[in-house]
Design a protein around this ligand. Structure first.
Ligand SMILES: [Zn+2]
Length: 127
């Protein structure tokens, strides 16, 4: 998206549906990340993970790196999604897209950040 946009839902029933969907997506993302972290922890519990001379050392390290990369990708997508505000972390707010930062913020945090950046002399960060 190239321009600032705000998505507001006024109908309370639709708001509830939106919030429940966001909650489901948030829980799915958290569950996926936790599973990957648990697998990483198990890999690191193996003595072979720390023994450079062991034949499994390289494959264990490679698997741990792959998991770390997958976690990074999941968190990057999640952080830049419309699911939650990256400032207040709420998932039940109407959201505004910042085309400069390529992130969604709740309307209140967007406005607070915009005022702050104007004072900081960087009004272009929050159009
Ligand atoms: Zn917020």
């Amino acid at each position: 998206m190239k321009k600032k946009i705000t998505i507001r839902i006024k109908d309370p029933r639709l708001r509830r549906v939106r919030n429940e969907l966001r909650k489901l997506l948030h829980e799915a993302e958290s569950k996926e990340v936790i599973q990957k972290i648990e697998i990483q922890s198990k890999l690191k519990e193996s003595p072979h993970f720390w023994d450079k001379e062991h034949p499994q050392y390289n494959s264990l390290r490679k698997e741990a790196q792959k998991l770390a990369s997958e976690i990074d990708i999941l968190e990057t997508y999640y952080d830049s999604s419309i699911i939650k505000c990256p400032v207040c972390m709420r998932i039940d707010k109407d959201m505004t897209y910042n085309p400069v930062l390529k992130e969604w913020f709740c309307m209140e945090c967007y406005e607070a950040n915009r005022k702050f950046e104007i004072i900081q002399g960087k009004p272009d960060l929050y159009p």
